[in-house]
Ligand binder design. Structure first.
Ligand code: SD4
Length: 331
């Protein structure tokens, strides 16, 4: 049986509903949670999905759709919401630092034309996703890292900011007393955001952004900025994104795998399950969490995780809802 939770989110923007023929009640309302694999209303567009309980992010994407915007603009606007949220300790501002006390950020973005941009090991910039988009649009490169990415951001008008909040600094100081590095299943509920969106023209885009695993080694980069690992999309097929222990995702290139399986005819659900099975076959997975999320061009959704506890948020058919994902470890 599905666990049912109630979530409420208020839309800040009532105007623009006419663009999509939405009623004003469509922009907020009661949010149910279910474990049932979800088919998004027979291809109804647009839609935005995100890892975890990220109602604010999908709402951010929806505001772009209300103005008739593209999937690319929607995913960027969507993930900027948790990036700027000091309470989200897995993304951007307020993210938990590495073991030396530095908040280092990873992000990537991809559009309908297969263009991609990415930053990793980036410090002191609130919105790595927008820097990743800038890399995609303004350089001949795909990925920039560390100092070079920071300099590129500053040269492109981004502000240098301290991202380590008092709350995250305190948590790090507490952790330092024992300094035992061991990723825990659903630790801090993760919250890294991967987002996929289909716009009214049925074009896809994806984004992924994170401060990475808490208390990681300085210099460690995870799956989130790796095109094909943390996120991948292809406008002929659909898209996929990942959250959890990045090392497991990187060694199986999960998001790319899911998109390729969908290309060969699997449903998003079957493809997510196969990507988790690949991890289970070869990796030591018992103490780690990984969650995959996928959407195809019909708007069918799939989600699957290693362990219990993975959720995702879907804004479609005028409703913004959180769903519990099915998972492997009960079997
Ligand atoms: C990483 N995949 O750096 C990220 C962490 C994560 O929710 O997803 N946390 O490995």
């Amino acid at each position: 049986m599905a666990t049912r939770k109630e979530f409420l989110i208020k839309s800040s923007l009532a105007v623009g509903a006419g663009v999509l023929g939405l009623s004003s009640s469509a922009q907020g309302g009661n949010q149910a949670s279910t474990t049932a694999p979800f088919r998004a209303g027979g291809g109804r567009l647009p839609l935005a999905i995100a890892t975890w309980n990220n109602l604010g992010a999908t709402n951010g994407a929806w505001q772009v759709f209300l103005k008739g915007g593209t999937a690319l603009d929607a995913v960027e606007a969507g993930v900027r919401v948790p990036e700027a949220d000091p309470e989200n300790q897995s993304v951007g501002f307020g993210g938990l630092p590495d073991r030396d006390g530095h908040v280092t950020l990873d992000a990537c973005i991809m559009d309908k034309d297969g263009r991609a941009g990415s930053v990793c090991f980036l410090e002191n910039i609130m919105h790595p996703i927008s820097v990743a988009r800038r890399v995609m649009e303004k350089t001949p490169h795909v990925m920039m890292s560390g100092e070079g990415a920071f300099k590129f951001a500053i040269d492109n008008g981004f502000k240098k900011e301290n991202l380590l909040t008092e709350k995250s600094k305190k948590a790090w100081e507490e952790w330092k007393k024992e300094s035992r590095y061991a990723p825990i299943v659903n630790f801090e509920n993760h919250d890294t955001i991967g987002m996929l969106a289909l716009d009214k023209d049925n074009n896809i885009a994806g984004a992924c952004t994170t401060s990475g695993l808490a208390y990681k080694m300085h210099g460690r980069v995870g799956d989130s900025p790796i095109i094909g690992a943390g996120m991948f999309c292809d406008n002929e097929v659909g898209g996929a994104c990942a959250t959890g222990v990045g090392e497991l995702v990187m060694k199986t290139l999960g998001s790319f795998l899911i998109v390729e399986l969908m290309r060969q005819g699997r449903t998003p659900q079957m493809a997510c399950e196969e990507a988790i099975h690949r991890i289970v076959k070869k990796q030591d997975y018992q103490k780690s969490q990984v969650g995959f999320l996928a959407v195809n061009k019909n708007g069918d959704i799939g989600s699957y995780s290693l362990q219990k506890g993975f959720t995702y948020t879907l804004y479609a058919n005028n409703e913004n809802k959180v769903f519990d994902s099915d998972y492997f470890s009960k079997r």
